[in-house]
Design a binder for this molecule. Sequence first.
Ligand code: SAH
Length: 570
Amino acid sequence: MNSTAPAIVILGAGALDTARRIAACYPGAQVHGLAGRVEADIAYSELSAHLRELYTRGTPLVALCAAGIVIRCLAPLLSDKGAEPPVLAVAEDGSAVVPLLGGLAGVNRMAREIADALNIAPAITTSGELRFGTCVLNPPDGYALSSLAQGKRFVSDLLAGESTRIEGEAPWLDDAQLPRSSNARLAIRVTPQAWNGSADELLIHPRSVIAAIGGLDGDIVGHVQDALSANGIAALSLAALLAPMERAGELALTEAAAALGVALRFVAMPTTGNNEQKPHTLLVPAMRVPHDILAGDSPVALAIARAPVDPFSVGQTRGRLSVIGLGPGDARLMVPAAREALDAATDVLGYETYVTMAGPFRADQRVHGTDNREEMRRARHAFELAAQGCSVVMVSSGDPGVFAMAAAVLEALHESGNARWASVELEILPGVSAAMATAAQAGAPLGHDFCMLSLSDNLKPWDVIENRLRHAAGADLVMAFYNPVSRARPWQLDKALDIVREFRSPETTVVLGRNVGRPGGQVRHTSLGALRSEMVDMRTMVIIGSSLTRAFSVNGGVEWAYTPRWYRQG
Ligand code: SAH
């Protein structure tokens, strides 16, 4: 089974139509065209190098050219049969599809799918497949073949005329034309149990076993393997590793799951009287299908379901909290990583205006817009949701670390000491701050040393603001004022400007950015002498230049302000 989309490789425009029809069968499939000959999704310059590279990466290949060309290109790489992706040759005009390689990776299934789309019969040559209508050695998702060597022997016995029993549940073989007989020597056995030594069996393991660990440290992989073998269970039957939610932040668990080749899932540890983390108590709340539990004395408990278990249905994933900045407003000024986080979010939180700016959202995404100015409460809410396994995005405008939610989120985490919150995967993604957006439209007023100040005295005393203004103005720093005024803070900007005027001349360059990057946004140039607080509201960014910031316009056109890279005392 493979879930990677195939690369559809063509040499000329004549194959484009067929290539597009094939691509339509596979979401995410792209057409690769020879540069200079045909325009496609991806250009390549040399066929054999390109095919070899795709093959080495394990990409399924559909080449619209002669089978012989494909064979010659890939011949040097054909040593390891186990690892080969499906490779098919298709006639340019769509009249033939020939599966070439990747019998165990589902090449015949792809050949049938493509043939269906092209309305032709596939050129299947695999004898077992032709005879039985399925590749017995290629069980569907959720099942794993125990041993390829054993499997090949088994199929050649069947081809030689033997029949087989089926032991266990193999629903995908219901429609196969297998020669069956209840007293056959050969058996296809579907079981989580490890091989019992019988040479007459084709063993297929359903991925139906979940291994739970509690507080287990040290060699986790070794302990899980020991528990499996002590119970006679095949390692290939393991579907997921389950651990207490509190441990979700531990790298060792991620590595153990990767080494075992299974998914890592979590569940909240049930509260018991004692603190001992008994692993079997995790299994009951995490499993959503009927199962038996093997606990014993091992630090690993095993749940065995009656059928393959979708690991994503067990417990929950590690929760995630992304604190993002939307930039000033224009969607093009949002970093792509923030857009990705929004697309992947289950829950979006933030101040109503910004949440609306971040939308629209899908019906399956919960939006918790709030007018609530209580940032700490919002931050705690975000952690609560993420600790339940949600993918939460907290939105701020501009940059989340500049007078916005990132600091509140970190403070909430720092103060809580909550192990469930600490297990959340936390990331903070930067954004274009209002000062940067305004500066860029005006030119480069922040081209030399500058500072960002919030004039809001909601969260800090006014005398601290005055003190910082005096020092910044005295040091001749360019200043970017956030939160310059509001209805509740009418006099503060005038007071701040009085202080700055003690240090800077009336000619000092000033840039005002209002609603930058949003509809109706504008940037104005003025001077410290002409600046009046009526020109400023709470959606305005005020940039006060240093003694060296200057403005000019070329031939009466656009006005540019900049602060030179060098400095000399005025
Ligand atoms: N995190 C935000 C700042 C939040 S504080 C950022 O990095 O941009 C809010 C203040 O930012 C406002 O009072 C205003 O001074 C400024 N601001 C935010 N968005 C703005 C915009 N689009 N245009 C001008 N100023 C803006």
